[in-house]
Structure formats: C-alpha cells, structure tokens
Design a protein around this ligand. Sequence first.
Ligand code: GRF
Length: 196
Amino acid sequence: MILGILGSGSGSNMQAILDAIAAGSLNARIALVLSDNPDAFILERARHHGITTGLIDCRGFKTRFPAEAQQETAARLQAAGVNLVCLAGFLRLVKHPLLDVFPNQIINIHPSLLPAFPGLESWQQALAAGVAETGCTVHVVDVGMDTGPIILQQSVPILPGDSPASLHARIQEAEHRLYPAAISKLAAARSEIEPG
Ligand code: GRF
C-alpha cells in the first residue's frame, strides 16, 4: 500500500501508522503528507521521518475544500504513486473531484461508533447523550459526512467522572490501534483481488 495522508492537526494517527510500519505489523509506505494548515504538527512529524510534505492551498476559505484545491491535491497524490488516501484529522469535507480520482480509495478515522455521533467533537456528543460506551470507526469516504461503508470499529467505555478530554484521550488510544489494523485489512482484501 502506498499511502497519502491528509491532516490538519497533531498527526498522532499518522504517527501510529508509521509505528506499525516500523514494527512490521503493517506492510505499507507513506509517500506524501499534505495539510491545509501550515502550522499543523503533522507536517513536522512527517518531515522528521523524511516524508515529503506539502500545503493545500484552500484559496482563503476557512472550511471549504474548493474544487481547484481538490484537483491539485489529487494530482500530487497521483504523482506520488498513492493508492490509498488516509484522512487523519483532516478538517475539510472531501467531495468531488477528489472522490472521483480515488474511488473507494479514501478512508477516514472518526471518534465514535458510526452511525452514532457523526460530525464534530463526537466524544462530547457521546457524553451529552449519556451513553455507556462510544468508540472509533475507520470507514470509506463517500459524499456524505461520516457516512461511508465501515471497515473496522472499536468500542471504548465511558467511565464515571470522564471529562471530554479524558474520554477523547481514551478514544485516541483505540484509534492508534484501529487505523493501522484497518489499512492492513484493506491490503489483505486487495491482495486477494490482485494476487502477486
Ligand atoms: C482523531 O481523533 C480523529 O478521530 C479525528 O481527528 C483526530 C485526529 O487526531 N478525525 P490526530 O491529528 O491524528 O492526532
């Protein structure tokens, strides 16, 4: 698997993917890391590992991912030979044309047991709903928000006295195991379709 990662923040999930590759539990390579945020720590982490990085120019839009920027992103990912795009804390909705260039080849990690609590701050939504457990999900990205087919999920308990921060930290621990496992699962499925 040749991975391209899109992220806007800390990049702890990208780090978990790198750690799984280094440990030999994930057969993949990260070819390119792109961010819409020049100050995102994910870029620093990637550079530290000698991975090519780049900035996505969203033309001054705060939340939109304009079509021109998606086209440029697709071209850079293709030029790097990427065959699986991993969203890791990327804060813009990916739509067309990027989805057309990588059909069923863009995946995302979300901090809830989808379809419960899509959208922002899902751990906060879970606390407010008073549920006993939440979790995380890796899914294929489609045109909806957090709606694509689910690849893997992991549940996480909500403990008495949990704050949003403590719950989010527990979910992130689970994410760091789940994301590499989901990529491995996809790699195994692809090698069954294309043996050798
Ligand atoms: C994760 O909690 C993920 O579920 C959400 O954004 C966060 C990214 O964290 N989509 P990081 O940048 O990987 O540390």
